[in-house]
Design a protein around this ligand. Structure first.
Ligand code: SAM
Length: 258
Protein backbone atom coordinates (compact mmCIF):
# COMPACT_ATOMS: atom_id res chain seq x y z
CA UNK A 1 0.00 0.00 0.00
CA UNK A 2 1.58 3.25 -1.12
CA UNK A 3 2.27 5.95 1.48
CA UNK A 4 1.30 3.74 4.38
CA UNK A 5 3.77 3.55 7.23
CA UNK A 6 3.45 -0.15 8.20
CA UNK A 7 3.82 -0.64 11.94
CA UNK A 8 5.93 -3.63 12.84
CA UNK A 9 4.73 -3.38 16.42
CA UNK A 10 1.18 -4.17 15.20
CA UNK A 11 2.30 -7.07 13.03
CA UNK A 12 1.25 -5.18 9.91
CA UNK A 13 2.02 -7.39 6.92
CA UNK A 14 -0.88 -7.01 4.53
CA UNK A 15 -1.96 -9.83 2.27
CA UNK A 16 -1.69 -8.83 -1.39
CA UNK A 17 -2.15 -12.12 -3.24
CA UNK A 18 -5.69 -12.25 -4.70
CA UNK A 19 -5.56 -16.01 -5.17
CA UNK A 20 -4.86 -16.60 -1.46
CA UNK A 21 -7.48 -14.04 -0.41
CA UNK A 22 -10.07 -15.94 -2.48
CA UNK A 23 -8.98 -19.30 -1.10
CA UNK A 24 -9.49 -18.07 2.47
CA UNK A 25 -12.81 -16.45 1.65
CA UNK A 26 -14.06 -19.52 -0.26
CA UNK A 27 -13.30 -21.70 2.76
CA UNK A 28 -15.79 -19.76 4.91
CA UNK A 29 -19.39 -20.66 4.17
CA UNK A 30 -21.84 -19.02 6.56
CA UNK A 31 -25.60 -18.76 6.15
CA UNK A 32 -27.61 -15.57 6.27
CA UNK A 33 -28.34 -15.97 9.98
CA UNK A 34 -24.66 -16.34 10.88
CA UNK A 35 -21.99 -13.84 11.88
CA UNK A 36 -18.41 -13.39 10.71
CA UNK A 37 -15.99 -11.75 13.13
CA UNK A 38 -12.78 -10.54 11.49
CA UNK A 39 -9.82 -9.64 13.68
CA UNK A 40 -7.26 -7.20 12.28
CA UNK A 41 -8.79 -6.40 8.86
CA UNK A 42 -5.91 -4.06 7.93
CA UNK A 43 -6.71 -2.44 4.60
CA UNK A 44 -9.71 -4.74 4.16
CA UNK A 45 -8.39 -7.12 1.50
CA UNK A 46 -10.30 -10.03 3.01
CA UNK A 47 -13.12 -7.91 4.43
CA UNK A 48 -14.18 -6.91 0.89
CA UNK A 49 -14.76 -10.60 0.11
CA UNK A 50 -16.41 -11.41 3.44
CA UNK A 51 -19.12 -8.76 3.02
CA UNK A 52 -20.26 -10.52 -0.17
CA UNK A 53 -21.37 -13.50 1.94
CA UNK A 54 -24.70 -11.98 2.84
CA UNK A 55 -24.39 -12.29 6.60
CA UNK A 56 -23.44 -9.80 9.35
CA UNK A 57 -19.71 -9.01 9.57
CA UNK A 58 -17.99 -7.30 12.48
CA UNK A 59 -14.32 -6.32 12.36
CA UNK A 60 -11.96 -5.34 15.16
CA UNK A 61 -9.01 -3.21 14.08
CA UNK A 62 -6.64 -1.49 16.49
CA UNK A 63 -5.13 1.03 14.05
CA UNK A 64 -7.36 4.08 13.52
CA UNK A 65 -5.19 5.21 10.57
CA UNK A 66 -7.12 2.55 8.59
CA UNK A 67 -10.47 4.16 9.37
CA UNK A 68 -10.99 5.89 6.04
CA UNK A 69 -10.11 2.82 3.99
CA UNK A 70 -12.21 0.42 6.05
CA UNK A 71 -15.21 2.71 6.34
CA UNK A 72 -15.10 3.04 2.57
CA UNK A 73 -16.15 -0.61 2.18
CA UNK A 74 -19.79 -0.56 1.22
CA UNK A 75 -22.02 -2.96 3.04
CA UNK A 76 -25.14 -2.57 5.15
CA UNK A 77 -24.19 -5.54 7.26
CA UNK A 78 -20.61 -4.51 8.10
CA UNK A 79 -19.64 -2.98 11.43
CA UNK A 80 -16.09 -1.89 12.21
CA UNK A 81 -14.87 -1.47 15.76
CA UNK A 82 -11.60 0.42 16.23
CA UNK A 83 -10.25 -1.13 19.38
CA UNK A 84 -7.79 -3.68 20.68
CA UNK A 85 -9.48 -7.06 20.21
CA UNK A 86 -7.73 -8.39 23.31
CA UNK A 87 -9.26 -5.65 25.44
CA UNK A 88 -12.86 -5.55 24.23
CA UNK A 89 -15.68 -7.29 26.00
CA UNK A 90 -16.96 -9.54 23.20
CA UNK A 91 -20.39 -9.91 24.79
CA UNK A 92 -20.85 -6.16 24.37
CA UNK A 93 -20.50 -6.42 20.58
CA UNK A 94 -21.78 -9.89 19.81
CA UNK A 95 -25.31 -10.92 20.68
CA UNK A 96 -24.85 -14.68 20.54
CA UNK A 97 -28.59 -15.32 20.73
CA UNK A 98 -29.07 -13.47 17.45
CA UNK A 99 -26.85 -15.80 15.42
CA UNK A 100 -26.87 -19.46 14.57
CA UNK A 101 -23.13 -19.87 14.05
CA UNK A 102 -20.23 -17.51 14.60
CA UNK A 103 -17.22 -17.67 12.27
CA UNK A 104 -13.99 -16.02 13.38
CA UNK A 105 -11.33 -15.16 10.85
CA UNK A 106 -8.06 -13.30 11.04
CA UNK A 107 -4.65 -12.75 9.63
CA UNK A 108 -3.27 -12.11 13.07
CA UNK A 109 -0.11 -10.52 14.36
CA UNK A 110 2.00 -13.58 15.18
CA UNK A 111 2.91 -12.55 18.71
CA UNK A 112 -0.73 -12.50 19.88
CA UNK A 113 -2.10 -15.46 17.93
CA UNK A 114 -2.45 -17.73 20.97
CA UNK A 115 -3.86 -14.96 23.18
CA UNK A 116 -6.49 -14.19 20.53
CA UNK A 117 -7.50 -17.83 20.08
CA UNK A 118 -7.73 -18.26 23.87
CA UNK A 119 -9.92 -15.18 24.13
CA UNK A 120 -12.24 -16.44 21.38
CA UNK A 121 -12.61 -19.82 23.10
CA UNK A 122 -13.05 -18.32 26.59
CA UNK A 123 -15.50 -15.58 25.72
CA UNK A 124 -17.48 -16.97 22.84
CA UNK A 125 -18.79 -20.13 21.28
CA UNK A 126 -17.05 -20.22 17.91
CA UNK A 127 -18.37 -22.51 15.20
CA UNK A 128 -15.19 -22.10 13.19
CA UNK A 129 -11.93 -20.15 13.55
CA UNK A 130 -9.89 -19.55 10.41
CA UNK A 131 -6.49 -18.08 11.13
CA UNK A 132 -3.34 -17.25 9.25
CA UNK A 133 -0.42 -18.25 11.41
CA UNK A 134 3.31 -18.64 11.12
CA UNK A 135 4.08 -21.97 9.42
CA UNK A 136 5.71 -23.47 12.55
CA UNK A 137 2.75 -22.50 14.72
CA UNK A 138 0.35 -24.08 12.22
CA UNK A 139 2.42 -27.27 12.32
CA UNK A 140 1.99 -27.37 16.10
CA UNK A 141 -1.77 -26.84 15.79
CA UNK A 142 -2.13 -29.77 13.38
CA UNK A 143 0.50 -32.21 14.63
CA UNK A 144 -0.31 -35.75 15.68
CA UNK A 145 1.12 -37.89 18.53
CA UNK A 146 4.76 -38.94 18.27
CA UNK A 147 5.66 -36.07 15.99
CA UNK A 148 8.18 -33.37 16.82
CA UNK A 149 5.61 -30.56 17.01
CA UNK A 150 3.02 -32.37 19.14
CA UNK A 151 2.58 -30.59 22.47
CA UNK A 152 0.02 -29.27 24.93
CA UNK A 153 -1.19 -26.66 22.41
CA UNK A 154 -1.93 -29.42 19.86
CA UNK A 155 -3.88 -31.40 22.48
CA UNK A 156 -5.86 -28.36 23.73
CA UNK A 157 -6.87 -27.33 20.22
CA UNK A 158 -7.63 -30.82 18.96
CA UNK A 159 -9.75 -31.50 22.05
CA UNK A 160 -12.01 -28.62 21.01
CA UNK A 161 -11.65 -28.58 17.22
CA UNK A 162 -10.92 -30.50 14.06
CA UNK A 163 -7.82 -28.76 12.76
CA UNK A 164 -7.25 -28.64 9.01
CA UNK A 165 -5.05 -26.74 6.61
CA UNK A 166 -6.69 -24.29 4.19
CA UNK A 167 -3.63 -23.14 2.26
CA UNK A 168 0.11 -22.54 2.57
CA UNK A 169 1.08 -18.89 2.10
CA UNK A 170 4.50 -17.86 0.87
CA UNK A 171 5.98 -14.81 2.61
CA UNK A 172 6.13 -13.00 -0.75
CA UNK A 173 2.32 -12.81 -0.74
CA UNK A 174 2.57 -10.03 1.90
CA UNK A 175 3.59 -6.40 1.94
CA UNK A 176 6.01 -5.78 3.54
CA UNK A 177 7.51 -9.28 3.15
CA UNK A 178 7.84 -10.90 6.61
CA UNK A 179 10.70 -13.21 7.64
CA UNK A 180 8.69 -16.45 7.62
CA UNK A 181 6.12 -18.33 5.55
CA UNK A 182 2.57 -18.76 6.84
CA UNK A 183 -0.28 -21.20 6.69
CA UNK A 184 -4.02 -20.69 6.99
CA UNK A 185 -5.54 -23.16 9.42
CA UNK A 186 -9.19 -23.88 10.11
CA UNK A 187 -10.39 -24.89 13.56
CA UNK A 188 -13.88 -26.42 13.31
CA UNK A 189 -15.80 -27.09 16.49
CA UNK A 190 -16.06 -30.76 17.31
CA UNK A 191 -17.70 -32.60 20.14
CA UNK A 192 -15.64 -35.75 19.82
CA UNK A 193 -14.23 -35.60 23.32
CA UNK A 194 -15.73 -34.78 26.69
CA UNK A 195 -13.63 -34.43 29.78
CA UNK A 196 -15.75 -34.66 32.95
CA UNK A 197 -13.73 -31.84 34.42
CA UNK A 198 -12.07 -29.65 31.80
CA UNK A 199 -9.86 -27.78 34.22
CA UNK A 200 -8.47 -31.06 35.49
CA UNK A 201 -7.95 -32.27 31.91
CA UNK A 202 -6.12 -29.07 30.87
CA UNK A 203 -3.90 -29.29 33.97
CA UNK A 204 -3.06 -32.94 33.35
CA UNK A 205 -2.06 -32.16 29.75
CA UNK A 206 0.02 -29.16 30.80
CA UNK A 207 1.75 -31.09 33.57
CA UNK A 208 2.43 -34.08 31.31
CA UNK A 209 4.32 -31.87 28.86
CA UNK A 210 6.22 -29.87 31.54
CA UNK A 211 9.53 -31.24 30.37
CA UNK A 212 8.99 -32.67 26.91
CA UNK A 213 11.99 -35.00 26.99
CA UNK A 214 11.08 -36.50 30.38
CA UNK A 215 8.69 -39.39 30.81
CA UNK A 216 5.28 -39.34 32.49
CA UNK A 217 6.65 -40.74 35.77
CA UNK A 218 8.82 -37.62 36.08
CA UNK A 219 6.37 -35.02 34.88
CA UNK A 220 3.44 -36.41 36.86
CA UNK A 221 5.23 -37.25 40.10
CA UNK A 222 2.71 -35.23 42.12
CA UNK A 223 -0.18 -37.36 40.83
CA UNK A 224 -1.37 -40.76 42.00
CA UNK A 225 1.03 -42.70 39.77
CA UNK A 226 -0.53 -46.07 40.50
CA UNK A 227 -3.85 -44.93 39.13
CA UNK A 228 -2.23 -43.39 36.09
CA UNK A 229 -0.28 -46.57 35.41
CA UNK A 230 -3.49 -48.56 35.64
CA UNK A 231 -5.02 -46.30 32.99
CA UNK A 232 -1.95 -46.39 30.75
CA UNK A 233 -2.03 -50.19 30.74
CA UNK A 234 -5.32 -50.02 28.85
CA UNK A 235 -3.41 -48.47 25.96
CA UNK A 236 -0.41 -50.79 26.28
CA UNK A 237 1.65 -47.98 27.75
CA UNK A 238 3.37 -47.39 31.06
CA UNK A 239 4.92 -44.54 33.04
CA UNK A 240 8.09 -44.61 30.95
CA UNK A 241 6.04 -43.21 28.03
CA UNK A 242 6.38 -39.56 27.11
CA UNK A 243 3.40 -37.22 26.88
CA UNK A 244 3.96 -36.90 23.14
CA UNK A 245 2.87 -40.54 22.68
CA UNK A 246 -0.60 -39.99 24.16
CA UNK A 247 -3.57 -39.23 21.95
CA UNK A 248 -6.17 -36.60 22.87
CA UNK A 249 -8.63 -39.39 23.65
CA UNK A 250 -6.14 -41.08 25.99
CA UNK A 251 -5.55 -37.82 27.86
CA UNK A 252 -9.32 -37.38 28.23
CA UNK A 253 -9.80 -40.94 29.50
CA UNK A 254 -6.93 -40.68 31.98
CA UNK A 255 -8.25 -37.38 33.31
CA UNK A 256 -11.76 -38.88 33.65
CA UNK A 257 -10.54 -41.92 35.54
CA UNK A 258 -7.98 -40.63 38.01
N1 SAM B 1 -6.11 -8.74 7.51
C1 SAM B 1 -5.18 -7.84 6.85
C2 SAM B 1 -4.54 -8.55 5.68
O1 SAM B 1 -4.60 -9.79 5.64
O2 SAM B 1 -4.00 -7.88 4.80
C3 SAM B 1 -4.11 -7.32 7.81
C4 SAM B 1 -3.29 -8.36 8.49
S1 SAM B 1 -1.98 -7.76 9.52
C5 SAM B 1 -1.00 -9.24 9.65
C6 SAM B 1 -2.64 -7.68 11.15
C7 SAM B 1 -3.68 -6.60 11.41
O3 SAM B 1 -4.09 -6.70 12.79
C8 SAM B 1 -3.17 -5.18 11.25
O4 SAM B 1 -4.11 -4.44 10.51
C9 SAM B 1 -3.04 -4.63 12.69
O5 SAM B 1 -3.21 -3.25 12.77
C10 SAM B 1 -4.16 -5.39 13.38
N2 SAM B 1 -3.96 -5.59 14.83
C11 SAM B 1 -2.81 -5.77 15.50
N3 SAM B 1 -3.05 -5.96 16.81
C12 SAM B 1 -4.40 -5.91 16.97
C13 SAM B 1 -5.27 -6.02 18.10
N4 SAM B 1 -4.79 -6.26 19.32
N5 SAM B 1 -6.60 -5.90 17.90
C14 SAM B 1 -7.11 -5.67 16.65
N6 SAM B 1 -6.33 -5.55 15.56
C15 SAM B 1 -5.00 -5.67 15.71
Amino acid sequence: MKNFDYKKSLGQNFLMDKNIIHKISDSINPNEEDLIVEIGPGAGALTKELVKKNCDVICFEIDTRLKEILEGIESKRLKIVFNDFLKVNLKEYIDEKKYKNIYFVGNLPYYITTAIINKIIDESNPYEITVMVQKEVGDRFMSKPNSRDYGSLSVFLQYNFDVTKVVNVNKRCFEPVPKVDSVVVKLSKNKKFKANNEEKFYKLVKDSFTQKRKNLRNNLRNYNLEKIEEELKKYNKDLTARAESLTVEEFVNISNNI
